[in-house]
Design a protein around this ligand. Structure first.
Ligand SMILES: Cc1ncc(COP(=O)(O)O)c(C=O)c1O
Length: 398
């Protein structure tokens, strides 16, 4: 069967081989410690589940308007009024089946063939592929580890061309846990003001999961004049431990929202109705649900940071948000043990899985070879066990 070119052009995920192997080992009863999860290990709060049950019992099981029920849109706008002070209206709000879906609809809505999207690297794996599917061209700009992985304005300017249509800002960042602070955002805001054709895509999916009493700043609050080309993407997956419910949303200029709803009307239609009512409850609960998880993640972040930086040769920028650590393991290159020679992050990940049964994601998948991504969305016991095994495996290399 002939498969369409647009699918053939999608690169195979370099992480798949590792996760497939880890799953196979687990099925065979091997004690694998996995750092590959992209989701909180907590269950959704009971109050949120109850809201879904009540919605079902009340017959809220029918189609809703494509971009979300009016009650949901109002709840999202009120939530963002609290966060940013801006009065967003339902015409500026669209809900989809997860933030991944929101971003997909967004790229399809704003990109023409050949339009370029600046994607700071290391980046979340789906951005470049989604941009390509929409006919756009992803342009990677690497942020140096010394700058906390945030690209400088000089780097952004060097990547800008007449075709630059958008930039993605994912703060805090998957996979690095980088936090873009107010002064970095202010510099980028100045650059954006000087470049009026660039749309800002703020993927704020981890904005509630930041540590050390840091305060999240939406770039729009620094530069309100960007509002007519500013898109906020968020959802309930990470902050409310609701990954399986599938609810993401965008706050965007009305023309963009209309375009996204048009696409959605011809694909999924509305996000699941009962999920929408669970989301209204989640947004109402806010800190009551988020704060205990944030406290747990802070403890785990501190633990994994200490354990990893105690390993000779491992370099790690302290993660300040999300639930990922992104250590530089390139000092193992050229070394061997147990029939494995390490020449790449993929070799290193394979070595860990084969010899100490620890699953990590190679950094190349995120545009950052030489690193690995480790999710600390797991128990402290499991983090300690896994990093102890990694330390053992690194010590065995010579
Ligand atoms: C940076 C980033 N954006 C968006 C998403 C999508 O989240 P969801 O589709 O579950 O809402 C993820 C999920 O891993 C992510 O890491």
């Amino acid at each position: 069967m002939r498969i369409a070119d647009r699918i053939a052009d999608i690169p195979a995920s370099p992480t798949l081989a590792i996760s497939a192997k880890a799953a196979e080992l687990k099925r065979a009863g091997v004690d694998v410690v996995s750092f590959s999860a992209g989701e909180p290990d907590f269950d959704t709060a009971a109050s949120i589940c109850e809201a879904a049950t009540s919605a079902m019992k009340a017959g809220r099981t029918h189609y809703t308007p494509v971009g979300g029920a009016p009650e949901l849109k109002e709840a999202i706008c009120a939530h963002y009024k609290r966060k940013t002070g801006f009065d967003f209206t339902p015409a500026e709000c669209v809900a989809s089946c997860g933030a991944k879906h929101t971003l997909y609809n967004l790229f399809l809505s704003i990109l023409n063939d050949g339009d370029e999207v600046i994607i700071p690297a290391p980046y979340w794996v789906s951005y470049p592929t989604q941009v390509r599917i929409a006919g756009g061209v992803p342009v990677e700009v690497s942020g140096a580890a010394e700058n906390g992985f945030v690209p400088s304005v000089a780097d952004l300017e060097a990547a800008r061309t007449a075709n630059t249509r958008a930039i993605v800002i994912n703060n805090p960042t998957n996979p690095t846990g980088a936090f873009w602070d107010r002064s970095q955002l202010t510099e980028i805001a100045e650059w954006l003001k000087a470049n009026p054709n660039i749309i800002v895509i703020s993927d704020a999916i981890y904005d509630e999961l930041i540590y050390d009493d840091l305060e999240y700043t939406e770039l729009l609050n620094i530069a309100p004049e960007l509002r007519d080309r500013y898109v906020i993407v968020n959802g309930v997956s990470k902050a409310f431990a609701m990954t399986g419910w599938r609810l993401g949303y965008a706050l965007a200029p009305p023309a963009v929202v209309s375009a996204m709803q048009k696409i959605q009307s011809q694909s999924t239609s509305n996000p699941t109705s009962v999920t929408q009512f669970a989301t209204i409850e989640a947004l109402k609960q806010g800190e009551a649900v988020i704060a205990p998880m944030r406290r747990e993640f802070t403890k785990r972040r501190d633990l994994i940071y200490k354990l990893l930086t105690d390993i000779p040769g491992v370099k790690l920028v302290k993660p300040r948000g999300a639930f990922y650590a992104f250590p530089d393991i390139s000092s193992t290159y050229g070394k061997s043990a147990n029939g494995h020679t390490i020449e790449s992050d993929m070799d290193f990940a394979t070595y860990l899985l084969d010899t100490v049964q620890v699953a990590v994601v190679p950094g190349g998948a995120f545009g950052a070879p030489g690193f690995i991504r480790m999710s600390y969305a797991s128990s402290e016991a499991s983090i300690t066990e896994g990093v102890t095994r990694i330390a053992r495996a690194i010590a065995a290399l010579s």
